[in-house]
Write a protein that binds this ligand. Structure first.
Ligand SMILES: CC(C)(COP(=O)(O)OP(=O)(O)OC[C@H]1O[C@@H](n2cnc3c(N)ncnc32)[C@H](O)[C@@H]1OP(=O)(O)O)[C@@H](O)C(=O)NCCC(=O)NCCS
Length: 258
């Protein structure tokens, strides 16, 4: 059987594993049943509450992916992982003890997962063809600096810049674990820089020198941003296919390499 990941052990600090999986709009019932078997009762209940919503498949694939990947690097059954939520709803590993930290993001047709040993990691994925109203949303949510930069561009570049800013801002607020409790106007990205740079207003109480960001455009037409509070960051991308994931779901945990 093809291994799920090319990495056989968790990466060292500063290296972030990004797993992406393309998912169809509707999952076959047999595949849904297989993936659900890896989930906790609470996750299964949440999955059921989505009903016929397409987001059901994204949630299911995200949690099955998370459990399968974690068990690739630990002798823990996929079903045995327990997650706890912080006050803002961010899940993290509660049991068994693990040095790993993760963050998930999904959008129509795609699930992404970042993992590493550094606690503050965040990820966001968006479809490049999603319908957006760049100036309207930017005026509401983005910083003055970002809005001015967007307005200075030709209109045909608005969508691309908007999605670059949106994904980076989401990745950062998710890495902080606070979601929209953080004021989005109080930090600004320069997405044209490679790698992207951030500027924090004093009100945010953060230090831009402590953060690293990456933006990755996937061939499937999705844009991903990764944020991590590390001194150096390298993103190791694993593009997985759903069939391979399904084959690995339900397998026993792997004894970690020593
Ligand atoms: C919840 C939020 C953190 C991300 O939501 P989102 O963009 O709708 O969804 P994503 O698919 O990227 O992320 C969802 C995943 O993030 C994780 N998550 C939930 N709360 C989180 C938090 N506070 N911090 C970090 N991660 C969180 C969960 O794993 C969740 O997936 P799961 O429930 O399947 O496990 C929050 O930022 C939000 O509600 N955003 C709405 C979008 C928006 O208005 N953006 C403003 C423009 S920049």
């Amino acid at each position: 059987m093809k291994p799920l990941l090319s990495l056989t052990a968790p990466p060292p600090s500063g290296e972030i594993v990004l797993c992406s999986v393309i998912i169809p709009r509707r999952l076959a019932p047999s595949l849904t049943a297989r993936l659900r078997a890896a989930l906790s009762d609470e996750e299964c209940a949440r999955h059921a509450r989505f009903g016929d919503d397409g987001a059901a498949g994204e949630f299911l694939c995200g949690r099955a992916l998370l459990r399968a990947v974690l068990s690739t690097w630990a002798s823990v059954d996929q079903h045995a992982w327990r997650f706890a939520l912080n006050a803002y709803g961010r899940p993290s590993i509660d049991a068994p003890p693990s040095p790993l930290h993760f963050n998930l993001s999904h959008t129509r047709g795609m699930v992404v997962l970042v993992l590493g040993v550094d606690p503050s990691v965040g990820v966001d994925v968006e479809r490049l063809d999603r319908s957006v109203r760049p100036l309207e949303v930017a005026d509401r949510f983005f910083s003055t600096r970002e809005v001015d930069g967007l307005r200075a561009l030709p209109v045909e570049q608005h969508r691309d810049r908007f999605l670059a800013l949106w994904t980076l801002k989401e990745a950062y607020i998710k890495a902080r674990g606070m979601g929209l409790a953080l004021p989005l106007r109080d930090f600004s990205f320069s997405p044209d820089d490679a790698p992207p740079r951030v500027h924090f207003e004093a009100s945010l109480g953060d230090d831009s020198r402590l953060w690293r960001f990456a933006r990755i455009d996937l061939p499937s037409g999705h844009r991903v941003a990764v944020a991590a509070k590390v001194s150096r960051m390298r993103v190791h991308h694993e593009a997985l296919d759903l069939d391979t994931l399904a084959e690995h779901v339900g397998l026993p945990g792997t004894v970690p390499a020593v």
